[in-house]
Design a protein around this ligand. Structure first.
Ligand SMILES: CC(C)(COP(=O)(O)OP(=O)(O)OC[C@H]1O[C@@H](n2cnc3c(N)ncnc32)[C@H](O)[C@@H]1OP(=O)(O)O)[C@@H](O)C(=O)NCCC(=O)NCCS
Length: 332
């Protein structure tokens, strides 16, 4: 990445709604078992909001935790990027709602939509505003209320997702700090119908018919998503190692989007990464879409598995298809 000045992640915050839904709870709603879900996905439970709680609320809470952690005021933030596929509304952008909620009086902002790759895309976009010298404090928030778009009768999607938000602050790296080192992202739009929400947009505006046909819910071809994810996470991870002339041995921490424990394990194995370097928290949160990577960063820090100076490899795959990888030297 050709940067004028590198960005670094300087603080993090998260918000997870308190309500827990276990696999046993879901087995009372759809035909499934705790054992099937754990074996096929690694998920044991997930957190969900009380109905009617919007994404901006989760995002604002994660942002507030971040500000506290960094010891700064909201009006020091210059740009807010909210990454989400479950905005409060089509417009205004959720970033505007968050800006108002946290009183970030000097920030502009916008939403970014790239599903489960969104957090890495947002991180990359935010880093460019630091690299160009345009801004010194950029907040990237990954937030989704997936429970608002899940079909309660579709066991293959209902069990996968949870609600959460995570926020990072991007600031200029100090002299001699590496910060965000490299990124490599891809889109393959031919995979669009493998994972999508067909209703409510300009193609199928909301109507009684779109609701009757359950077009306002997530639709997914699970196996094609699974196969693409395993292939792409490895390919982009390997690409990142090779173009930076490093191997899996040089990586201290591997943080992948948490979609399915089998996808994470297969990727880590193919990249030759020691299992101890692999951060996994999908068992307690499920797939929180834009929230998974910041949530995993928080857990890794708390567990002492991500420390200043560590080389971190991030990978993600999501609807679109979208895919991405980021290499960073951890800075705090
Ligand atoms: C969804 C997923 C867990 C399904 O697992 P799978 O092993 O691929 O299962 P299949 O889709 O082949 O389905 C196998 C059977 O399990 C059933 N099944 C699906 N969900 C089930 C559930 N929650 N409980 C019990 N059985 C279930 C299917 O109906 C199917 O039954 P059938 O053989 O009678 O038709 C898996 O494909 C997956 O994780 N895909 C990726 C999804 C993802 O990560 N999406 C987000 C990307 S960012």
């Amino acid at each position: 990445m050709q940067s004028l000045r590198r960005a670094k992640i300087s603080a993090i915050g998260r918000y997870v709604p308190p309500k827990v839904v276990t696999n046993h709870d879901l087995a009372k709603i759809v035909e499934t078992t705790h054992e099937w879900i754990v074996e096929r996905t690694g998920i044991e439970e997930r957190h969900v909001v009380e109905p009617g709680t919007p994404t901006s609320e989760l995002a604002a809470r994660a942002a507030t935790e971040l500000l506290k952690a960094r010891g700064i005021e909201a009006d020091e933030i210059e740009l807010i990027i909210v990454v989400t596929v479950t905005p409060d509304m089509f417009f205004p952008a959720t970033a505007c709602l968050v800006q108002h909620k946290i009183q970030a009086k000097h920030a502009w902002g916008f939403d970014l939509s790239a599903a489960c790759s969104g957090f890495l895309y947002g991180l990359t976009v935010g880093a460019q505003f630091i690299a160009s010298g345009a801004h010194k404090k950029v907040m990237v928030i990954g937030a989704d209320v997936m429970s608002s778009i899940l079909n309660p009768e579709d066991r293959a999607t209902l069990v996968l997702f949870g609600d959460a938000a995570g926020a990072i602050l991007l600031e200029p790296a100090e002299e001699g700090e590496d910060g965000i080192i490299d990124f490599f992202h891809e889109v393959d739009g031919s995979g669009g119908e493998s994972l999508y929400m067909p209703g409510g947009g300009s193609l199928n505006p909301s109507s009684h018919e779109t609701v009757d046909q359950k077009m306002h819910y997530v639709h997914q071809r699970g196996q094609s998503v699974f196969k693409y994810a395993v292939r792409k996470m490895e390919e982009l991870g390997r690409n990142m190692l090779e173009r930076n002339s490093i191997t899996g041995d040089d990586i201290q921490t591997f943080i992948a989007h948490q979609a399915n424990v089998r996808i994470i394990d297969a990727t880590a194995d193919k990249l030759g990464l020691d299992p101890n370097k692999v951060v996994k928290n999908i068992h307690k949160y499920g797939n929180t879409t834009a929230g998974t990577i910041p949530l995993a960063i928080c857990d890794a820090i708390e567990q002492g598995r991500l420390k200043k100076g560590d080389l971190v490899l991030f990978t993600a795959v999501g609807a679109g298809f979208t895919a991405g990888s980021v290499l960073a030297r951890w800075a705090f």
